[in-house]
Design a protein around this ligand. Structure first.
Ligand code: XMP
Length: 317
């Protein structure tokens, strides 16, 4: 029977025995797992934990600054690195989903490695790997490995030569949340929807430009804030908006417009392996659709995704 308190005590002892007085670097993503891992390590080794939070330019609107503020507020020794321009210029003109993922993975490692090198004598790399990631990285040797290269378990470059610390590797997601709660991490952070590592890049179908990122951030923010305001956010497992690579005709005053279409997606799921679309209230969808079209320049049509997984996936890329 799992008790967060006992787990925290044991793992802190274990971390201290393993790491001793050495320095540890950890990449924060803004997600639940890396945050809980960081807070645990901070409790165990304090300032010897060096956190790095990278802005890849593909996060939600205002997310980089607001999450960075929260991390600092939590007392973490964290450095925010805004590498947006570097990611977006490497992604320019790229349309293929897997190529996008590979570029983002590679640039992340380059940026992270630059930062790690600035920490003198760092010996360990901590990661927020949880049990399902461990299982998946073992079992994805088969065909599913090529479906989507999701996780980067064990995906460290050799040249970093760091030893690994993974305090959450025996835990399931709900246990991670319970540990987080017992560590005093706020419910808003612990209740955040999953968000893919490649961020908005795989919700902009086709090539990515700064303008498309801006449009999608605005749309996504209206949708997500709307879910929160209407008490729907916690009833949904994951939600987001997708920018489609087509224009459609609309009308504004007595002018015809020819602008972008966005899709909204909200799903129920337990682990992301299967998912059902959420029957959001029509009134809510109407309100959000109007708000998006009225406020976001460049969008004249909103559609709602009513596909389940399988056979569709949660993300469109
Ligand atoms: P799919 O689209 O495969 O998504 O139904 C299942 C879950 O995985 C997330 N996802 C990703 N997460 N890197 C990630 O870290 C990725 O490349 C990636 N692709 C999908 C997706 O958001 C959903 O929660």
């Amino acid at each position: 029977n799992f008790t967060p308190k006992a787990f925290v005590e044991d793992i802190i002892t274990e971390i201290r025995e393993k790491v001793k007085d050495e320095k540890v670097v950890l990449g924060l993503s803004g997600g639940v797992d890396s945050t809980v891992a960081a807070v645990l390590l901070n409790k165990a080794i304090g300032k010897n934990l060096y956190c790095v939070f990278v802005n890849n330019g593909l996060l939600r609107k205002n997310e980089f600054q607001s999450v960075l503020d929260q991390y600092q507020h939590m007392g973490l020794n964290v450095k925010g690195v805004d590498a947006s321009d570097r990611f977006l210029s490497e992604l320019a003109g790229v349309e293929d989903p897997e190529t996008k993922r590979k570029i983002i993975g590679r640039v992340f490692i380059e940026v992270f490695d630059d930062e790690a090198h600035q920490i003198e004598d760092v010996k360990f790399l901590a990661q927020g790997t949880i049990y399902p990631d461990v299982i998946e990285s073992v079992s994805v040797k088969g065909p599913s490995a090529t479906i989507k290269s999701h996780h980067n378990v064990g995906g460290l470059p050799d040249f970093m030569k760091l030893q690994i610390v993974e305090p959450l590797r025996m835990l399931f997601k709900d246990e991670v949340r319970r540990v987080g709660k017992s560590l005093g991490i706020n419910d808003e952070l612990l209740g955040r929807h999953p968000f893919p590592g490649p961020g908005l890049s795989i919700r902009i179908l086709g090539d990515i430009t700064p303008e498309k990122v801006r449009i999608l951030q605005e749309v996504d923010s209206i949708f997500i804030n709307g879910l929160k305001e209407h008490g729907l956010y916690d009833k949904v497992w994951q939600a987001g908006a997708i920018l489609l690579p087509v224009n459609s005709v609309g009308v504004m005053g007595d002018e015809r417009t020819y602008e972008k279409v966005v899709a909204l997606r909200a799903v129920e799921s337990t682990d992301g392996m299967t998912a059902d679309w959420v029957h959001l209230p029509y009134d809510f969808l109407m309100k959000i659709s109007n708000e998006i079209i009225n406020k976001v320049k460049g969008v004249n049509r909103v559609v709602y995704d009513i596909s389940s997984k399988p056979p569709a996936t949660i993300e469109w890329e």
